[in-house]
Design a protein around this ligand. Structure first.
Ligand code: AMP
Length: 287
């Protein structure tokens, strides 16, 4: 496994791979890897000749007062995990390698960031779209794999790729969960044992929603109220948002007459967690 720190070396490596007609899959991450990240790498191994994993805690996607400096980092452990998962290259640049002092170019989407996480994190998706487009130009992948765990991010990337004509196939991979259902996240490490128990309310509320749909409830307001009850019963939980929305536009849906995505963000103590689930309507499938 090659470890690359500079843009020039990464571009040269990818040019050489492309010259030899080897396909490249990119898995962008911020490190502190877990099974969720590893599942993306394994998916990449199946789809391409080479998997490039980027490990970069991207400063431009953190707002003031967010956890950029305290974000968990452990490069040695990450490199060992990448090696085991079969990654071919780890691209891990310094901040200054991607953002030189004269840096001034950013990518803004006009609609998708005006929902969900974009409301409480107003500059987040500008940072995400910018760094991902830079990674696309540096790694030159044929495909890039993102987790559905960050559902809004996946939509933002798909839209950007379409709008800017990146010749890259975007794959949305399923959410990997702990045995009890909590979505894996590098930020789970912030949770105390007591908060870890309470954090299960996100998954429980999504499951409750699907149960209600199965029992015939089609008003999203009722489903959201039930989810709020589950989450509010946890002493350290603070809801940022709970929405049931169109899976493409993220616009709110009032009545379930098509497949929808339920998405939520909840703070457990100081740790902000997100999760989501497709709500499937059996009665619709039978039509
Ligand atoms: P991050 O390091 O948190 O920026 O995540 C890097 C990539 O891993 C993103 O595409 C995430 O959506 C994906 N990811 C994070 N957690 C999970 C998970 N539990 N299951 C699947 N993919 C995940």
């Amino acid at each position: 496994m090659k470890i690359i720190n500079t843009v020039r070396e990464m571009q040269n490596h990818s040019d050489f791979s492309r010259m030899r007609e080897r396909s490249i899959a990119l898995v962008p991450t911020m490190g502190f890897l877990h099974e969720g990240h590893l599942s993306l790498m394994k998916d990449g191994k199946k789809r391409a000749n080479e998997v490039v994993v980027s490990i970069f805690v991207n400063p431009t996607q953190f707002g003031p007062g967010e956890d950029f400096t305290s974000y968990p980092r452990n490069l040695d452990r990450d490199l060992a995990l990448c090696q085991d998962a079969g990654a071919d290259v780890v691209f891990t640049p310094k901040d200054t390698e991607l953002y030189q002092s004269a840096y001034q170019t950013y990518i803004n989407l006009t609609k998708l960031p005006n929902h969900l996480c974009g409301i409480s994190r107003p500059t987040h998706f500008k940072g995400v779209a910018t760094v991902v487009s830079k990674l696309f130009n540096i790694v030159k992948p044929h495909i890039a794999i993102f987790g559905q765990k960050d559902y809004q991010q996946l939509l933002v990337i798909r839209q950007m790729v379409c709008d800017l004509n990146f010749d890259i196939e975007i794959i949305g991979a399923p959410i990997v969960r702990e045995a009890d259902g909590l979505a894996m996240s590098s930020r789970n490490t912030y949770l105390t044992p007591e908060q870890r128990k309470q954090a299960l309310c996100l998954y429980n509320s999504l499951n409750k929603a699907q149960e209600l749909v199965n029992s015939g409830v089609i008003e999203t307001a009722k489903i959201i109220d039930a989810a709020k009850d589950i989450i509010s019963s946890q002493p350290e939980a603070m809801i940022d948002y709970i929405r049931i929305c169109d899976p493409d536009t993220l616009e709110d849906v009032q009545i379930l007459d098509k497949p929808v995505r339920m998405v939520l963000a909840v703070k457990i103590g100081k740790t902000r967690l997100i999760d989501n689930m497709m709500l499937t309507i059996e009665s619709l499938n039978k039509l």
